[in-house]
Ligand binder design. Structure first.
Ligand SMILES: C[S@@+](CC[C@H](N)C(=O)[O-])C[C@H]1O[C@@H](n2cnc3c(N)ncnc32)[C@H](O)[C@@H]1O
Length: 325
């Protein structure tokens, strides 16, 4: 199990795992701190305080809801009546909430190592009116799954597996916690999201492509700095096969929010670019840095807050596999 402690980013959580909801409140094992990062170069060291990312993760998942709804509708054709759905690395629970709505007969368990994100997930479940069949489990994946009372009929890991050092090992544990006939669904990979045309009339064309390259470097650094990091060829169906599962499909889902962008989409674009500016600004050349500064300056008509050509085009890939009965 992955443990780590980073005094710079204390999560302020305890040293045990707790399950909330559905009448359960049990302890399990493991440490309560971690230091992995998403967030596009939030820090040079690839460290991010996940709890601090709560509002941003929630806003992003809400903006991406149409993409998730299509992915979940596709899953609903494969796993028609799951009894227990586990969202491994749920974050603030936007997708877990969509699972609860898509599968009204299912119990949903959101698992994450960031306690404050699970608090958000529980609050959301309350707002959605699904709290009676929604629970959270606080702990480090994949070990936290040892606390499941029942095997999962559907185990979803959306952009979370890549934050675990040993992805192959984690997949094997995910597979062990699937019921016979159950489905594992991994959302990993896809395409870099696009917000702007290639030539934005400010600086050199191709800014987003250059930011993508920096982000890919950050990602590699993030992965290699994870506790117990193992280099792995990211052939997800092959890795699911190695975990004893039978791959059943791969499909990519689009989020296509064309220009003119809504305020919510603009906020997402500005938030993402500002994190890229914070994380990678010093590795960009002066022209690109100046272009990014203009894009982020609300007083500038060329900024993403005001320019008419801002859009959000994203493609995320889902891979499924079943545990044969
Ligand atoms: C990129 S976010 C994805 C959140 C959500 N699945 C989504 O798609 O919006 C990754 C999530 O994985 C969680 N996470 C990262 N490492 C973890 C670990 N070792 N154990 C449990 N959760 C972890 C983080 O706290 C965060 O909520």
């Amino acid at each position: 199990m992955a443990h780590d402690h980073d005094d710079r980013h204390p999560h302020g959580d305890d040293h045990g795992h707790h399950q909330h909801g559905g009448g359960d409140d049990r302890h399990s094992h493991g440490g309560g701190h971690h230091r992995h990062g998403e967030g596009h170069g939030h820090h040079d060291t690839a460290d991010v305080d996940w709890a601090e990312m709560g509002p941003q993760l929630e806003a992003q998942a809400e903006l991406f809801a149409p993409l998730y709804e299509r992915a979940l509708a596709w899953l609903a054709q494969r796993q028609t009546e799951p009894g227990l759905i586990v969202d491994a690395g749920s974050g603030p629970g936007v997708i877990a909430g969509l699972f609860a709505e898509t599968f009204p007969g299912a119990r949903v368990l959101a698992v994450d190592s960031a306690g404050p994100l699970l608090e958000r997930a529980r609050a959301r479940a309350g707002r959605l009116g699904v709290a009676d069949r929604f629970a959270t489990l606080h702990g480090e994946l994949p070990g936290a799954l040892a606390d499941l009372d029942y095997p999962a009929d559907l185990l979803w890991a959306g952009r979370s597996l890549h934050h675990l050092g040993d992805q192959r090992g984690a997949l094997a544990v995910f597979a062990e916690h699937l019921a016979p006939g159950g489905t594992l669904a991994l959302m990993e990979g896809g395409l870099p999201t696009r917000f702007l045309p290639r030539d934005i009339g400010v600086g050199r064309p191709g800014l987003q492509t250059r930011l993508d390259a920096l982000e890919a470097e950050w990602f590699a650094q993030m992965r290699s700095s994870l506790p117990g990091s193992v280099a792995e060829t990211e052939d997800w169906p092959a890795l699911m096969t190695a975990a004893g599962l039978k791959p059943t499909g791969t499909r990519s889902f689009l989020l296509d929010l064309p220009a003119p962008a809504t305020d919510r989409a603009r906020d997402h674009v500005a938030d993402t670019l500002s994190r890229l500016r914070d994380g990678f600004g010093d590795r960009l050349d002066a022209d690109d840095r100046a272009a990014l500064d203009r894009l982020l300056d609300p007083d500038d008509a060329a900024s993403v807050h005001r320019r008419p050509d801002v859009f959000v085009l994203a493609a995320h890939t889902v891979h499924t596999a079943t545990r044969t009965p």
